[in-house]
Design a protein around this ligand. Structure first.
Ligand SMILES: [Zn+2]
Ligand SMILES: [Zn+2]
Ligand SMILES: [Zn+2]
Length: 450
């Protein structure tokens, strides 16, 4: 049995679930959202709802306070049911703006859509001291049903520009062999690697210059050098205390700085501190590009196929282009080309051909494009959905040849009924088309505007 709360005013129906009630099966009508009562199965329930492609993004509230690991997965705690309904309403309104099929089949979109549908929602790392990697992103884990390494997945979405970095939460070091973060740091003897070392006071005799542990200098009549037998009376004039204050019990080596050995507690690998892999954990939020991607849906999914062409985020791309533009002002100049590729009828084509076929076509096209570019060429995508290719060490004539080969791919996209994907390519060659003082941003603006 599960109690259902109906609210006639907002027509938002939140389904209340306790330990005994069952989730609607796939294909059954779904409520607008869920309220979970406290119970032993609550955590499991939350994971189940977030892991299913039909319920993953639905509003989900808890009675009472969420546990540490649950906060990321549920919607803002509310004091009253009417408050929950209001929150649910605004989430559902945002979700209504998105292509539902896309959310169901594409995990990247599902995660981005979650952020899109919740205002100010960020992806936050959660510390689980018992997990091998210590930190994870619970929402990403749950949405992917623990299939994806949440950390790598988020990193990948960030690299592609769909997420922006937020607050740095922590930095840890991981074992280079197993990726585990449970490391024991031990001081060892730099000569024989033994961990059996101890700190002892040392004395440095000024008369003979030798150094030994203080105990060797102790006699009934005060300090005396065991080597040259000089009586040591005054520190500073007869002797002093050297920096060395460690001794190895295995090989008797004395030293002032022990070597740090890092033992992985999970796989046993021994590493030096430099060999450990540092990893920062940050909060992430939806970027402008991510926001647009969720809005434009299918088209964005097609453009994502272009991100396999030595893709670089717009910021580093512009940085390199700026630098090359500055270099081009001082002879001798290494020529380079810049192409802006656009697909004017892509939206139209995907509407008439259907999603599946147009995706296939675009995928094949992306593969052809990949064959035309070199490993040193780099690409980015602008917010206007244009593909920008930077061809280093290529004179304008060479860039012109690449441009016409890309235009020729239009024929490759020709369908039996005669429809084709239009491919427009704009070209600039440097230093030929150099305008003094023009930055990468202005240049791209000009080329896309013409
Ligand atoms: Zn030793
Ligand atoms: Zn001496
Ligand atoms: Zn390890």
């Amino acid at each position: 049995m599960h109690g259902e709360e109906l609210n006639a005013r907002a027509a938002i129906r939140l389904l209340r679930l306790d330990d005994d009630s069952v989730l609607p099966a796939e294909g059954e009508p779904l409520p607008a959202g869920f309220i979970l009562s406290a119970g032993k199965k609550r955590a499991e329930r939350i994971e189940a709802i977030r892991g299913r492609n039909d319920t993953a993004l639905l509003p989900l509230f808890l009675d009472g306070e969420p546990a540490a690991g649950e906060i990321e997965l549920v919607d803002a705690p509310s004091s009253s049911e009417s408050e929950m309904e209001q929150t649910a309403e605004s989430i559902l309104e945002r979700l209504g703006e998105i292509d539902q099929n896309l959310i169901r089949r594409n995990l990247d979109f599902r995660l981005l859509a979650f952020l899109f549908s919740r205002k100010n929602k960020t992806l936050r790392p959660h510390l689980d001291p018992y997990s091998p990697g210590l930190y994870s992103y619970p929402l990403a884990e749950a949405l992917s049903m623990q299939e994806l390494d949440s950390d790598r997945w988020i990193q990948d979405l960030f690299e592609k520009g769909y997420l922006t970095e937020g607050v740095l939460v922590d930095r840890i070091r991981r074992c280079p062999k197993c990726d585990g973060a449970h490391i024991n740091y031990v001081e060892t003897c730099p000569s024989c690697d033994s961990i059996d070392i101890h700190q002892v006071p040392f004395i440095h005799c000024f008369t003979c210059g030798r150094v030994a542990p203080q105990e060797k200098f102790l006699t009934d009549s005060g300090l005396q050098c065991p080597f040259c037998h000089t009586k040591l009376r005054h520190i500073g004039s007869d002797y002093d205390r050297p920096l060395e204050n460690y001794e190895c019990r295995d090989c008797s080596h004395t030293f002032n700085e022990p070597k740090i050995a890092c033992y992985c507690l999970l796989c046993g690998k021994r590493s030096t501190p430099e060999e450990l892999v540092p990893r920062s954990f940050r909060e992430y939020a939806l970027s402008d590009k991510g926001f647009m991607a969720v809005r434009s849906g299918v088209t964005e999914e097609m453009y994502m196929l272009l991100d396999t062409l030595n893709y670089m985020k717009p910021e580093p791309f512009n940085y390199i282009l700026d630098w090359m533009l500055r270099l081009a002002q001082r002879p001798p100049v290494d020529p380079f080309g810049l192409l802006v590729v656009s697909f004017p009828n892509l939206d139209e084509l995907s509407a008439t051909m259907g999603r599946h076929k147009s995706l296939q076509l675009f995928d094949a096209l992306a593969k052809r494009l990949k064959e035309l570019i070199r490993s040193t060429d780099i690409s980015t995508r602008t917010s206007r959905h244009n593909l920008v290719l930077l061809l280093p060490k290529t004179p304008k004539t060479g860039a012109g040849i690449v441009a016409s080969r890309i235009r020729d791919l239009r024929e490759f996209t020709r369908q039996p009924d005669g429809t084709v994907l239009d491919i427009a390519v704009k070209l600039a060659g440097f230093p030929d088309d150099l305008r003094r003082g023009e930055t990468a941003e202005l240049l791209l603006e000009r080329m896309q505007g013409e």
